[in-house]
Design a protein around this ligand. Structure first.
Ligand code: UDP
Length: 390
């Protein structure tokens, strides 16, 4: 088969690439999906490990959305386990609910002080609402200001330093605003309408997404060995390709690092088998200094499952790293790093990409955006619609 027979070539089989592939295929386009790794699903890839635990190989993935169209779309490819995520964080040697909420306040302060803080907070904010730490820090009320300092110090400061190797002030405020302070006693991490985990795993869902007569998947194939860009044209195996190319990887690699490296953060997981159960929630955060706990969080994957094994458990201890493609640990890009400098460099790469008429960037890595699973599914659906409708 010649690559030229394909209407669309997509690079990367994560959410962006796989959903786009499906949508093009349904619009009668012949799609070739090229994936460097030996599996589909991107960083949502999971598999049943030796303990009978559905292991999220690249870290915990909990699907949550308010977009009914995204939930309905993915429901064509999977049944769901209706799982609601809750997280505990080690704050002053106690495991308290994260996002920090009214119950966390009761656990961290003595009775009278907690009562006073909760009164002040609930006078100002309605029960059920969410406030970012940045908003609380700017509050003039001394009780709220003091609380904000406590939460910043004990929940955000060290976790963010470990996760990003940056101080909170250096990072785009949107990142920490993902985890607001909750004026509630509900201990749930998300408040979205739809919250669930694919019943038989994400990988099985991706298999169904890609199961279409117009889609061919090539695993273990590094696009850089086939794709060349010259004079604003794309060549596959030295032949000019005039179809659509959707690229979901990182742009510096595509352009041979001509403008220098883009910043990404990476993770590495240490796995352990334990007897019975390990912790009280699927994820426990460690927003403590690096010297005390060099990791950010521990996930116990069986707590995501509808029918978990009883006698054994697999835990994943999560260590952040700078992304470096040549490193032994930290060689997988996970998160774009949102500083002003890195966003500027990305925009320079994007200009190079936009000079090529038939080349498009899609997804968390290629668009340099902190997409959640639902957001990238929606974006990929809309992207294909725009291309098809011209
Ligand atoms: N964060 C924090 N402490 C926490 C949880 C989150 O400081 O206990 C900050 C941190 O900067 C993190 C960001 O909030 O990178 C977003 O957290 P989220 O749980 O959304 O991260 P993800 O699950 O996408 O890694």
């Amino acid at each position: 088969m010649s690559l030229m027979e394909n209407d669309v070539i997509i690079i990367g089989a994560g959410y962006a690439g796989s959903v786009a592939a499906r949508q093009f295929a349904q619009a009668n386009k012949k799609v070739l999906l090229i994936e460097k790794r030996n599996h589909i699903g991107g960083n949502a890839y999971d598999y049943l490990d030796e303990n009978g635990v559905m292991r999220h190989q690249y870290g915990p993935h909990i699907f949550h959305t308010n977009h009914s169209e995204v939930y309905e779309y993915l429901s064509r490819f999977t049944d769901w386990h209706p799982y609601r995520h809750s997280v505990l964080g080690l704050v002053q040697d106690k495991f308290v609910p994260i996002p920090f909420n009214l119950r966390s306040i009761e656990m961290c302060f003595d009775n009278d002080e907690a009562r006073h803080i909760i009164d002040v907070l609930t006078n100002k904010y309605a029960i059920g609402c969410k406030v970012t730490i940045l908003e609380l820090q700017e509050d003039e009320d001394p009780t709220i200001k003091k609380l904000a300092e406590f939460i910043f110090e004990n929940v955000f400061k060290y976790y963010t330093m470990k996760q990003w190797n940056l101080n909170v002030e250096q990072l785009d405020p949107k990142v920490i605003s993902r985890v607001p302070v909750s004026i509630t006693y509900d201990n749930y991490y998300f408040t979205n309408t739809y919250q669930a985990i694919p019943l038989n795993g994400y990988t099985k869902m991706f298999e169904k997404i890609l199961d279409h007569k117009n889609i061919k998947v090539l695993l273990n194939t590094d696009c850089k060995e086939h794709l060349k860009i010259k004079d604003k044209k794309i060549y596959f195996d030295n032949e000019e390709y005039k179809g659509i190319v959707v690229y979901t990887g990182i742009l510096d690699e595509l352009f041979d690092y001509s403008l220098g490296a883009l910043s990404y953060r990476s993770l590495d997981f240490e796995y352990k088998t334990v007897e019975g159960d390990y912790q009280d929630s699927a994820t426990v955060n460690y927003p403590t200094p690096k010297q005390r706990h060099p990791f950010t969080r521990i996930s116990e994957y069986k707590k995501f499952m509808a029918n978990p094994p009883i006698d054994k458990s697999t835990i994943a201890i999560e260590y952040p790293y700078d992304y470096d493609p040549k490193a032994i640990k930290g060689n997988i890009p996970y998160y774009p790093v949102f500083t002003d400098e890195s966003k500027n460099k990305y925009n320079e790469y994007l200009k190079l990409l936009n000079e090529i008429d038939n080349l498009y960037a899609l997804g968390r890595l290629a668009e340099y955006k902190y997409y959640d699973m639902d957001a990238i599914t929606l974006r990929a659906m809309e992207f294909v619609k725009e291309i098809i409708n011209g």
